[in-house]
Write a protein that binds this ligand. Structure first.
Ligand code: 13P
Length: 254
């Protein structure tokens, strides 16, 4: 069984380093009590260095929310994979729908995935349909294309270093998550496409996370009924009390 991964995507929050330190400290402490769950927090890049523990902390890691694929050069405002790796970042979110909306194409996503793996970190690759219909006339096909194209530049042998996050765009920031039974169906579907792109063997091993309106109340059902290997959490990851509850609830799922 894969260790469950609970990823907190802080997005452009909180407003101060002081608040960031507080949330990180509480999550790190709570993670000490976890048994088969890893807490990964992804703060804004400016807060990464002060939040990375000097010594590897138990069941706790730091991820970045974004990266650029070029090695170095004239790219004002951007950060490379080597820089993230050098300061101790272990995971990088790639292809989040909010970045895709700001212009990241599938091709750019695939270059980023490759660069992250080559630098020795694990990409958390976000995929998900923008809208759904009752019969699946369009969303399965669109999702299949997105997954295929997002791994276009990625060598087959890299499959074992990838985490997939299925985040239906319409559920991000919404009141309710996708229902766990549908999450189960979609997680099987994304694994099947991953298997076609890479191999059956790698699809059996890959961790698939769900993201979109996850909170401490729905997390355990999403993991147990939805049969996903973890969660990508936005808003609720900034509320320390709820996020710690969520971690414990997921850790208790058999
Ligand atoms: P919410 O949990 O706030 O819906 O955000 C989900 C998300 O985008 C995580 O990456």
């Amino acid at each position: 069984m894969n260790k469950k991964l609970i990823v907190g995507n802080w997005k452009m929050n909180p407003g101060t380093l002081n608040e960031a330190r507080k949330i990180a400290r509480n999550v790190r402490r709570a993670a000490l009590t976890l048994v088969h769950t890893e807490a990964i927090i992804c703060p804004p890049s400016v807060f990464l260095v002060p939040l990375i523990p000097r010594k590897k902390a138990r069941h706790f890691s730091i991820g970045a929310q974004s990266v650029y694929f070029a090695e170095s050069g004239a790219y004002t405002g951007l950060i490379s994979t080597a820089m993230l790796h050098d300061v101790g970042v272990e995971y990088v979110i790639v292809g989040h729908s909010e970045e895709r909306q700001r212009g990241d194409t599938d091709e750019m996503v695939s270059k980023k995935v490759r660069a992250v793996i080559e630098a020795g970190m694990t990409p958390i690759v976000c995929v998900g349909e923008s809208s759904r219909d009752d019969v699946g006339a369009t969303h399965f096909g669109a999702l299949r294309e997105q997954i295929r194209n997002s791994f276009e530049n990625v060598p087959k042998k890299a499959a074992g270093n990838i985490v997939l996050a299925y985040e239906p765009v319409w559920a991000i920031g919404a009141k309710d998550s996708m229902v766990p039974e549908q999450i189960y169906e979609m997680s099987l579907f994304v694994k099947k496409v991953f298997s076609d792109v890479f191999s059956q063997e790698s699809a059996v091993k890959i961790s698939v996370l769900y993201g979109g309106a996850v909170n401490s109340r729905n997390a355990a059902d999403i993991v147990s009924i939805g049969k996903v290997d973890g969660l990508l959490v936005g808003r609720e990851s900034l509320n320390t009390v709820s996020f710690v509850e969520l971690l414990k609830a997921v850790d208790a799922v058999k």
